[in-house]
Design a protein. Structure first.
Length: 95
């Protein structure tokens, strides 16, 4: 995947909720790196949640508005090339 960077003047947070670290640590670390490269101005937070099989990504804007932009539970899966393109588009729409 080629390196893509999206720049926004708005302050925002990207929060990745994931289930227990069992096999998720690598997937979470990869997602975190991809998001940091693509959105260098964003604060990236990763939170372990009790929801089984969760891999949910939210954008939280300065005003506290929280928008789900990627959901493994709703069929988006983990991040691959297609998933990243969709995720990047969804984040840009929120901003």
């Amino acid at each position: 995947m080629s390196q893509v960077e999206f720049v926004s003047d708005r302050k925002f947070t990207i929060r990745l909720d994931y289930c227990s670290p069992g096999g998720m640590t690598n997937k979470v670390n990869i997602a975190k790196k991809i998001l940091k490269i693509a959105f260098p101005n964003a604060e990236i937070k990763c939170e372990m949640v009790s929801q089984a099989e969760a891999f949910e990504i939210y954008v939280v804007t300065e005003d506290g508005m929280e928008t789900l932009v990627h959901s493994r539970l709703k069929g988006d899966g983990y991040l691959d090339k297609v998933g990243c393109s969709k995720l990047f588009k969804n984040i840009q729409e929120v901003l």
